[in-house]
Ligand binder design. Structure first.
Ligand code: NAG
Ligand code: NAG
Ligand code: NAG
Ligand code: NAG
Length: 320
């Protein structure tokens, strides 16, 4: 029995390889299908504090960390101002990276410099078949539009603090991102204001449609409007595991200091399914730290979040 089992497995494997060769060569980069990393570690990019203090020069809102942890990942803070060599070593140690929202420059900040280095390393790695996912939320999404197009092409919109339903495109049903979402939740996302927007700049649909780089790179999965400008709200790259949302999937379950953040059961499920999707992407990456000691030293557990709720848009913040 065992021998037949193995022979069958070998045969299935050969067929799979054959099919992959024909089906997948033009789509996503190949990655090792028989290995899954059940101990994914995801980098979360920090950014400059507006008015820095001695031990508070950079920060990460804790909700991004909780978002990833809730779906089975551990987090490493990616500090700004590191050397290229340090970033390369870190890139080869982690299984994905998240660019959070925030308020720094997308063309000239420590956040931008690190985001650009990791973006380029990710593109290069994915081309070699080393599957490395990248996620941008809000400012992170805006950063991605700059990194992909090389241009600042955002439009001013009236979207500071408003929950919206997603206007799904026809591409959504074939997307990797929403494939695992229950039909009921997709219905709620399309009809109820479950996605929180806190941005003054947006990628107008018209701009995307007239920018060749962006148009051929990103599949638009949803749009929204502020009543005047229709803007892109969710994307996934056609040929790379690169994802962006102009809205905040992490806030529904983990942020409480603004009245416009939705907390309904479907809103909280949205946080869970988005986190599950991105962490499942990171499980496809097999990078690891050189030693357990290096891993322990890098993890976010070495820092304690500070309770900032009463005075901030974030309940808890990690300061560096
Ligand atoms: C990053 O470098 C800039 C310029 O040298 C410096 O002003 C800033 O304090 C540094 N920030 C951190 C978090 O190291
Ligand atoms: C911006 O949008 C809000 C609703 O979200 C609306 O009340 C307000 O009038 C709008 N402001 C402008 C300048 O259009
Ligand atoms: C949804 O998107 C379509 C296609 O871009 C557009 O025609 C429609 O007006 C949008 N609907 C809403 C409610 O924004
Ligand atoms: C989306 O699909 C519907 C139904 O097939 C079609 O009527 C509509 O024109 C499509 N919209 C776009 C923007 O392609």
């Amino acid at each position: 029995m065992a021998i037949i089992g193995r022979a069958d497995a070998g045969f299935t494997f050969r067929i799979t390889i054959l099919l992959l060769f024909f089906i997948c060569v033009p789509c996503l980069p190949l990655y090792s299908l028989d290995k899954r990393n059940d101990r994914p570690i995801i980098g979360v990019l920090s950014q400059e504090v507006n008015s820095p203090k001695p031990n508070q020069r950079a920060y990460i809102a804790a909700s991004y960390v909780k978002f990833l942890e809730s779906a089975g990942a551990r987090v490493v803070p990616v500090m700004i101002n590191q050397t290229l060599e340090e970033y390369k070593t870190l890139f080869n140690s982690i299984n994905g990276i998240l660019y959070p929202g925030g308020g720094v420059s997308i063309i000239s900040s420590g956040y931008e410099r690190a985001a650009k280095i990791f973006y380029e390393l990710a593109i290069e790695a994915n081309r070699r078949g080393d599957y490395f996912p990248v996620w941008g939320t809000c400012l992170g999404f805006e950063e991605l539009t700059y990194l992909t197009s090389g241009k600042i092409i955002l439009s001013r919109t009236n979207t500071s603090g408003v929950p919206l339903p997603l206007n799904f495109t026809n591409e959504t049903k074939d997307s990797r991102m929403f494939k695992g979402f229950p039909a009921e939740l997709m219905k709620d996302l399309a009809s109820e204001p479950l996605t929180e927007n806190s941005h003054k700049w947006s990628l107008a649909v018209l701009t995307l449609n007239t920018n060749e780089e962006l148009k051929k790179f990103y599949k638009v999965l949803s749009t929204n409007t502020d009543g005047k400008t229709e803007f892109v709200s969710t994307v996934e790259a056609y040929d790379y595991p690169i994802y962006g949302t102009q809205w905040h999937p992490e806030k529904n379950a983990f942020e409480w200091t603004r009245p416009y953040i939705p907390h309904s059961p479907s809103a909280v499920k949205t946080t869970a399914y988005m986190a599950e999707f991105f962490v499942s992407e990171a499980r496809k990456n097999l990078h690891r730290f050189e030693s357990e000691e290096e891993e322990s030293k890098a993890l976010i557990y070495n820092y304690s979040p500070v309770y900032t709720g009463p005075t901030s848009g974030f309940v808890q913040i990690y300061f560096f």
